[in-house]
Design a protein around this ligand. Sequence first.
Ligand code: ADP
Ligand code: ZN
Ligand code: ZN
Length: 732
Amino acid sequence: MIAKVIVDISASDVDRVFDYRAIDGVECGSRVFVPFGRQNIEGYVIALSDTTDVPQEKLKDITSVLDDRPIVSKEFLQLCDFMTERFHLRKIDVFRLFLPSKMRGGRIKSLEKIFVYLNPDYAEVDPALFIKKSATAQHEVFEYMLDAGAVEQSFLNANFSAAAVRNLVSRGIFLTRLENVLRTPYKNIVQKDDRVVLNPEQVAAVDTILSSDKPTLLFGVTGSGKTEVYLNCIENTLRAGKTAIMLVPEISLTPQVMRIFRSRFGDDVALLHSGLSDGERFDEWRRLLTCDARVAVGARSAIFAPLDNVGLIVIDEEHDTSYISESNPRYITREVAFFRAKYNGAKVVMGSATPLAESFYAAEKGEYTLARLISRANKREMPKIDIVNMCNEVTYGNSGMFSAPLVEALDKCLSAGNQAILFLNRRGYSSYVMCKKCGYVAKCDDCDVSLVYHKDENLLKCHYCGKRYSMLDLCPNCKSPHIKQGFMGTERIVEQVKEMFPSARIVRMDNDTTRSKDAHLKLLGEFASGNADILVGTQMVAKGHDFANVTLVGIIDADMSLHFSDFRAVERTFQLITQVAGRAGREQKPGTVILQTYTPGHYVYKYASAYDYEGFYRKEINLLQTTSFPPFTDIFRVLVSCEDEGAALDATKLATDRIREVAAKYPNAFVYLNAMRSPKKRIQTKHRMQVLMRIQPHRDDIRAEIYAAADEVSRTFPQVTCFTEINPNDLS
Ligand code: ADP
Ligand code: ZN
Ligand code: ZN
């Protein structure tokens, strides 16, 4: 029997199938060791066959089979084909998504521990008959073991004499056995019945989701109780004997959320998120593989949960950018979900208070079923959003980042003993260093992006390559000493708040303060427990946390994401405002939102402050249509990067020529086609160029030809990196 094997090396020249002679125990989907060159490496058996083109004398045997069962199911073999084709990926890069990273290369295994227990033959016998009177340590541990059951050996060694334990084991008075121990996170949360009675809207939503043969878009305002709807659908699915996957943005996987799932589903749920140790992650994954857990909850990669018979896939906060993987392997989670749903006959529900315009559009066209939750489950009012015109503040002589109304509201909030959240769009996005006299902006030598000032170290840093520069005293261009540290990172906000409210306790949450594992959970915990009065943070404070005491949300510079070079910039701004606003007044106390902007007339603020998603959607979708952006086109970008500028130029030229040939074949399909330098011209000394296209949507035929053109570029210019993105979040 011949095994067709994909080897675990990510390189284009080995991205094909290799033939080996199968040995006993090899099945389709087995993980195996195979001889490759002079070494043994891991691989995956994707098929078994009777025939091979490899001559018998050259054919090698598989070295060994790893694992006690095949770990890649038939479904995942097909999913791999789908993903390689759809997203232009190497097979091995897709396989690597299918299992916990540390499992590859044998770096992690099941955790086995030695357990010691009393040999029953000795249980009823007087120990004086077989333990010398002087051996008090042996008597002590024997005494303990009489009614202790099986105890971990390490525990005995730590609490009793290890020599005594060894002696009793060696004489067969104690017996030992190896046991698999599961490293289960949040294990000690007890199952409790905290079910609420669904309101009629929620009941209708559950019915719609479970009866629709199309994916359902669950459009429900913040606080409308979408989580209860998901939980209910999952329960129904389990009752029908099927399994379920629930995806949430990584940042929303708070202990709060995980507790909800553990308390509702107990050991039936496996949690997959980045805060787990490698051992925990492996064990949770393994419980899904062995059907010991039937519900997988996790971030994007949980879509690859090794579950059979999937009956439901939930994508919560479906508009979240984290569902698009933007580094290799690039993929769109929703499309993987649709594949798995189709394969398994599963239901899909995508929920949001601010769906992507393209999702709402798909619902309007009937590609998705629409379910709505119009009212808040807890009957609370939405907080009032006050728009503050910052230009007026400047006119009145206030050029700081806090408007008078925001300071006043903060004062009121703090003196009432309540909590506030101050939200800044993006870490350091605008904290560039600028000469006020000539307009010079400090940029990274290698990357051509603005440097960011880090006050705590008095340094300038490039956020793309990490290169550090000393702070400027004089402008290198005009020698003026009037250097403005642009405005603002979260640090600057904290500093100013401290000046105004010296006794306020402040927690800062951004990429800098949350780098270590679990840091963001700790910071949130600190705030939630009332140990801080003000939470200052970026995007990550916007996600679904519930803080009962928050009565004020300040949006420092709402415009920032508006000027981002992205066709979804306005949409993202709307989503962010709605989301952060949802943080205020979740419980008994009413909330206020103060939104500071230099462009108060922008339509996004009118709709956001009225909580009018649909009004905003209409305006936005019309704009997207007239300007031919997704969903009315697909944006393709073939990105070329190389240290050698000449090679990058030549490669881009080849790509452009080939794509122009494709465009000539499909005269009406291309709305836009042009080659140029990328907005970020260089990253880490690599020059970046791109061919940018907008094409009629859903053109699989054209997509295949563009992938082929990119492949030709890679083959012709091996020193060049060339890849294709479709509708990426970030076009910089
Ligand atoms: P969303 O995810 O839509 O923003 P949540 O699921 O977080 O909303 O629900 C908001 C609050 O309403 C939660 O505290 C939840 O426990 C509560 N809730 C949800 N459904 C009901 C219900 N049927 N009756 C009472 N309270 C509910
Ligand atoms: Zn200058
Ligand atoms: Zn740089």
